[in-house]
Design a binder for this molecule. Sequence first.
Ligand SMILES: NC(=O)c1ccc[n+]([C@@H]2O[C@H](COP(=O)([O-])OP(=O)(O)OC[C@H]3O[C@@H](n4cnc5c(N)ncnc54)[C@H](OP(=O)(O)O)[C@@H]3O)[C@@H](O)[C@H]2O)c1
Length: 223
Amino acid sequence: MSQVRVHNFSISLDGFGTGEGQSLEEPFGHAGQRLHEWFFGTRTFRRMHGEGGGGGVGVDDALAGTWATDIGAEIMGRNKFGPQRGPWTDEDWQGWWGDNPPFHTPVFVLTHHPRPSLTMKGGTTFHFVDASPADALAMAREAANGLDVRIGGGPSVVRDFLAADLIDHLHVSIVPIVLGRGVRLWDGLEGLEQRFTTECVTTPSGVTHLTFTRRGPHSSPRP
Ligand SMILES: NC(=O)c1ccc[n+]([C@@H]2O[C@H](COP(=O)([O-])OP(=O)(O)OC[C@H]3O[C@@H](n4cnc5c(N)ncnc54)[C@H](OP(=O)(O)O)[C@@H]3O)[C@@H](O)[C@H]2O)c1
């Protein structure tokens, strides 16, 4: 069975995966870029965004670099895809990532406001689906053709997949900042650690990387 994985998911010390007040200018709201500064310096990030060579190859990069290995599809929330809310007023928006997004696989965007699929350069196709986490995962699994499925965020979607017990591997990067407001990752997930083996490493950038690896069989039926 293919794995369901979360990678490089950055949260503040107080558990926020994004700030408040997302807008076109500020995709992470008042958090700005602070949640991901550790990531910007890595070779993985530079390659992901076509910035050529360079970038750090230390422990942050070693952890960040596995995000695309054996991934055949991603599932993301509508707020990761864009800052719009409610029904689409136009369908010109194609995501934050330009005409060649870094995913290079089918991407299932969860939304209560579906729209036609978008085929981008480089193998990324955005499919907009109104579905439960389990049903979205079944679609992504089929599209992934035996490879793993990444849950790409934001915090609401990762939280929902954790609550539904659908995640096998979770990599969280705890950044030493206090955001105070935004969208929290851990709410409602009391006792989550009991389902996983956890490991942690702190890197010179000041980030603590935590990995949660599923211990046993899933508690809920899987497609
Ligand atoms: N910290 C990180 O590493 C990281 C990673 C990725 C993204 N982010 C950030 O996280 C923020 C977005 O996170 P978020 O928690 O606000 O939102 P999100 O998880 O991206 O999306 C939530 C939205 O997706 C739609 N949705 C979710 N589940 C659904 C379902 N089962 N069926 C139908 N629609 C569903 C709903 O939108 P509608 O009802 O409007 O359709 C819901 O409001 C952005 O600022 C992004 O930049 C952070």
